[in-house]
Design a protein around this ligand. Structure first.
Ligand code: AMP
Ligand code: MG
Length: 410
């Protein structure tokens, strides 16, 4: 083990400390690229977006009806309608030719510009739908049903800021600003390696003693969901040389490599030998959490190597508790930060927790449900339908139903 390791005596690091150290080691991604808005979905914006025009750009009608001068409607009612002369019809996309004078109205459709002179729009349901003369059935106030230019946002308004993640709505905002291309940060590039002699590649037959690799898939998909580009996903046997070869090949092409398995203390826990042979600067080994305690982290030149525990639930916890936070530091995407909140245990948790423990649960209306989610660390299916984990502090006894707990939303 390298001398640079933070916890040389291998006393497990506190989770927050491990995250903090890794965040300081992670290189912030600053390279940007310009993409068509259509392709920029899920990227992080690398520029502020300032509106170049008022939205809407003109006074706009929110209804189908008649643009009128409100003072002309004084005293109008169903019984005593006021008659106005209809000048023209303006549909959405048209531009009015006439301004509305005393005793006049313009037939207008939703989204169309309100002509000069008019200061209100009366809904067509409140008229007789007249074509040359229209009878209006109610009084209107000045600026009633009148959408001002810039009512949604003004020219010069900050619509989106650098660091915002581009979801569907944000892409729509870019389009509504008339933009076709946008500057975004490059996605972190990653590679995912699953280690284990027992691992079979999905699609091949399962021979004796083998299981299919699930960590590789969960990790890759999760990283993509968190805004990474996963360049490669591969399986290697417990042969350090093979793993070393792949890491050497990949390390200059990616920002970080995530491996799983082989980080404990068994004979086949190869990652220690891999780190030593590659002269990886070890950052830490072991974190004070259960599951996922055996995580190993190091840096090889500029590339972080994050080696997660092998058991699928343990790898999942390392991924969320640690890798996710590292990513948040690399990309500046605050949406990746964990949200903690209080909840009341709906079901008892009947084991003591000498080490800080994360327990799968489903949180709804302030209650944490454990049922159906309690499974072994090897059980990936128990992670379905969860939306949080309970963060049980080290030294806790079994928790009866009704206990107040802290949950971390996933
Ligand atoms: P390890 O940490 O390599 O000792 O693995 C711990 C347990 O997790 C063993 O039962 C492995 O078979 C299982 N495991 C390791 N890697 C994976 C993987 N990629 N997919 C599914 N199970 C795995
Ligand atoms: Mg293994």
């Amino acid at each position: 083990m390298s001398e640079n390791i933070r916890n040389t005596d291998h006393t497990p690091l506190e989770l927050e400390e491990a995250v903090r150290i890794l965040q300081s080691e992670a290189r912030r991604i600053r390279d940007t690229l310009v993409l068509p808005v259509r392709d920029a979905y899920e990227f992080i914006l690398a520029e502020d977006i300032i509106s170049g025009h008022d939205q809407p750009p003109f006074p706009r009608s929110p209804f189908d009806g008649y643009a009128i001068r409100s003072e002309d409607s004084l005293g109008a009612s169903k019984e005593k309608p006021v008659l106005l002369k209809v000048l023209e019809e303006v549909d959405a996309g048209d531009w009015p030719k006439r301004s509305v004078g005393k005793g006049e109205a313009t037939r207008i459709m939703t989204g169309a510009p309100i002509p000069e002179g008019a200061d209100a729009v009366i809904k067509q349901e409140e008229t007789d739908y007249g074509e040359e003369l229209v009878a209006i059935y109610r009084e209107m106030e000045r600026h009633q049903n009148y959408v001002f230019p810039g009512e949604d946002y003004k020219k010069g308004a900050l619509l989106l800021k650098s660091g915002d993640r581009l979801g569907a709505v944000e892409c729509g905002i870019l389009a509504s600003s008339g933009l076709t291309r946008v500057k975004v940060f490059r996605k972190p590039r990653t590679a995912v390696i699953s280690t284990g002699n027992e691992l079979a590649v999905p699609g091949t037959p399962l021979s004796e003693g083998k299981i299919y690799d699930s960590n590789g898939m969960t990790t890759s998909v999760q990283l993509e969901e968190w805004g990474c580009e996963v360049c490669e996903m591969l399986q290697v046997p417990d042969v350090p040389e093979i793993c070393i070869e792949h890491i050497e090949r990949l390390k200059d092409r990616v920002d970080f490599i995530v491996t799983s398995g082989g980080v404990s203390v068994g004979k086949k826990d190869i990652m220690h030998d891999v780190f030593a042979a590659l002269e990886v600067r070890s950052i830490f080994w072991k974190v004070g959490i259960k599951p996922g305690a055996a995580m190993l982290a190091g840096k090889n030149d500029n590339t972080l190597i994050l080696s997660l525990s092998g058991n699928p639930y343990a790898a999942y916890i390392d991924l969320h508790m640690i890798v996710r936070q590292v990513l948040s530091a690399i990309t500046g995407n605050d949406h990746l930060e964990m949200i903690r909140q209080k909840a009341v245990l709906n079901d008892p948790y009947d084991r003591p927790s000498p080490i800080r423990r994360f327990v799968r649960c489903f949180v709804q209306d302030g209650r944490a449900f454990l049922e159906n989610h309690i499974g072994g660390n090897g059980d990936i299916a128990a992670s379905r339908h969860i939306n949080a984990v309970i963060d049980i502090p080290a030294g806790s006894d079994a928790l009866p139903a009704g206990s107040e707990v802290t949950v971390m939303l996933l």
